[in-house]
Write a protein that binds this ligand. Structure first.
Ligand SMILES: [Zn+2]
Ligand SMILES: [Zn+2]
Length: 320
């Protein structure tokens, strides 16, 4: 290994600091200290493409399970960046069907299969999820037919989809990991869900897209980590070309940072995190109400929840 390589590795290790060993160990049911690992694959808010920031997607690992929550733009690239092969993703939970939360679904479905997924892709989401997945299979029928029946002969089971239109309640429970869906309030976008994951005595809640929601506060009670969205301002949206009327509508379907601070203070997690909007200004606003730690949210931020909560920034994010 040349000097440059050694230096590069040292820099990378320094970026992860003392957290490197904890974030690399596999999570197994027999781990002495059960932990949850949360990776913000992408934190962008809304449909506009923002170079260098991936669309909203959160990967949660616990006890050998890999659970993907939403899959906005670039999700598959981000999975590769954190060393997760797409074929390992066979469980996807959707908060709602806005395009910026689901636009990577075909990529996960088809690329994961092409790279060796042998199990069906399981997808949970609001009403419309099942028919959307049926339609996706139709849209890509040519590719599926060629690779399954004619050319590569990939196993048919890997391109099967098992989709469920969910209701509020426990939607998945396996290997000591429980996923609970709860209704949030995303204006006319109904139903829209948030999710809570419990594993090994630790927990995380994700708001999905919502305005201030009492139901979210109820279901997130007692979690270690609360990940909350925050909306754009009218000024930010009009600068991107939305009309004033559209901008007001959009803002009205999300949670201003100050209100997210109220949610954090009532849920009282060990760590608050912004995703799908956020940044330092949002943290400053929310911190007026919530006195605990808040992360502004950035792509590839990794949070390990055990007796301690450890936060690490990925080298690729810091280079941006
Ligand atoms: Zn959204
Ligand atoms: Zn939305």
């Amino acid at each position: 290994m040349g000097r440059i390589c050694v230096l590069a590795f040292a820099l990378f290790a320094a970026t992860l600091g003392t957290l490197a060993p904890a974030t690399r160990e596999p999570f197994t049911a027999g781990s002495p200290e059960p932990r949850l690992k949360i990776i913000l694959l992408g934190v962008a808010g809304g449909p506009p493409a923002t170079p260098g920031i991936a669309g909203i997607s959160i990967l949660i690992e616990a006890n050998g399970e890999k659970l993907l929550f939403d899959c906005g733009r670039d999700t598959v690239n981000q999975l590769v960046t954190v060393g997760v092969n797409q074929r390992k993703i066979d469980k996807v939970f959707l908060t709602h069907l806005h395009s910026d939360h689901i636009i990577s679904l075909p990529d996960i479905l088809l690329t994961g299969w092409a790279l060796g997924r042998k199990l069906p892709l399981r997808v949970w989401g609001p009403d419309g999820t099942k028919s959307m997945m049926d339609d996706l299979l139709k849209a890509f029928a040519f590719d599926i037919h060629m690779r399954r029946d004619v050319d590569e002969k990939f196993p048919g089971e890997g391109i099967r989809v098992v989709a469920t239109d969910i209701r509020e309640g426990v939607v998945y429970e396996h290997n000591g990991v429980k996923v609970t869906a709860f209704l949030v309030d995303h204006g006319p976008v109904k139903p829209a869900f948030g999710y809570r994951v419990d594993a090994g005595g630790h927990s995380v809640a994700m708001s999905g897209d919502t305005r201030f929601s009492e139901n979210l506060i109820k279901h997130a009670a007692g979690v270690d980590v609360m990940i909350h969205e925050t909306g754009p301002t009218v000024e930010q949206l009009t600068a991107k070309g939305f009309t004033a009327k559209q901008a007001k509508q959009i803002v009205n379907h999300h949670t201003p940072a100050a209100q997210a601070g109220v949610v954090f203070s009532r849920v009282n997690p060990r760590l608050g995190v912004f995703a799908h909007g956020g940044g330092r200004a949002a943290v400053a606003e929310a911190s007026k109400t919530f006195k605990g730690p808040i992360e502004p949210g950035e792509d590839l931020l990794t949070i390990t929840v055990g007796d301690k909560i450890e936060v690490s920034h990925h080298a690729a994010s810091l280079e941006r």
